[in-house]
Design a protein around this ligand. Structure first.
Ligand code: ZN
Ligand code: ZN
Length: 265
């Protein structure tokens, strides 16, 4: 078997949109227009996403990244060009190195083993991917539909939400998942996340929200419940600096994980 696997799980979401799941680690999305196709997040890079996408479309590809965490941009190594918010450039350059993907696999040992993902799959020839800026208001015309970028910092300082003009569907990466994680280096305050989450709900209207993990669809009630948790955090006094706290909903999820010195802006 080749080191570079292409056996991704793929779900046809209709209207030229596909959810592509990389061994339970993460979702990427493919949005196909009349002239071009957008790849929204490019996976952890342990499967050969580019070759898999070529089984779905032969159109020119624009790779748009919601944020630079190794599970969302590690697969940049398979593409010549990617677009990401400038606040994410530094981490994005790290994620394209083999050790970052190695470390990512190591952190997810259970999933790695259950999907028989080899550590050797992280060693690829660096194709010198060009990283381009993607900013609020940028639009990509795919032919018959556009993808527009919205700046929604929270989970990371340069997190973007992308919207398909045809279906109005939003692609929210890791920003409004049932488990809201703001504690990583380069994460934002609870207050900043709250503004972005409110904006996400407003942008979504009646349209579907697709997130970067699990089965993809994020019910709006989950975001509403996470916002209520955020309000409870904001109403508290700050706890000792530099520690991480968790606030859970009634059930285990939604849950918000934040640094106690990053509550207010
Ligand atoms: Zn992330
Ligand atoms: Zn993620």
């Amino acid at each position: 078997m080749s080191l570079y696997r292409t056996d991704f799980e793929c779900e046809d979401l209709g209207n030229g949109i596909y959810r592509i799941n990389e061994y339970d680690f993460v979702n990427s999305f493919l949005v196909i227009g009349e002239k071009e196709a957008a790849v929204i997040d490019c996976g952890a890079g342990v499967g050969q996403l580019h070759d898999f996408i070529r089984t779905l479309t032969d159109k020119p590809l624009k790779v748009l990244v919601t944020h630079s965490h190794a599970d969302h941009d590690g697969g940049a190594v398979w593409f010549d060009d990617i677009y990401v918010h400038p606040n994410e450039f530094r981490r994005c350059n790290m994620d394209r190195q083999a050790w970052a993907r190695f470390y990512f696999l190591h952190q997810h040992e259970y999933k790695r083993k259950s999907h028989h993902v080899s550590y050797f799959s992280v060693f690829q020839k660096d194709r010198k991917t060009q990283v381009h800026a993607l900013n609020e208001g940028d639009r990509f015309d795919l032919g018959g539909r556009e993808i527009e970028a919205f700046f929604t910092p929270g989970h990371t300082i340069g997190h973007l939400t992308l919207r398909d003009s045809l279906t109005k569907a939003l692609f929210t990466g890791d920003n409004v998942n049932p488990l809201v994680t703001l504690q990583f280096p380069g994460g934002c305050s609870v207050e900043e996340w709250k503004e972005s989450a409110l904006r996400t709900l407003e942008l979504a209207g009646d349209a579907v929200i697709y997130g970067g993990h699990g089965k993809g669809v994020i019910p709006k009630e989950v975001i509403v419940a996470s916002l209520a948790l955020a309000d409870r955090v904001l109403a508290q006094e700050n706890s000792p600096k530099g520690t991480v706290a968790k606030l859970r909903g009634e059930e285990k999820l939604p849950c918000i994980v934040y640094r106690t010195d990053r509550i207010h802006k």
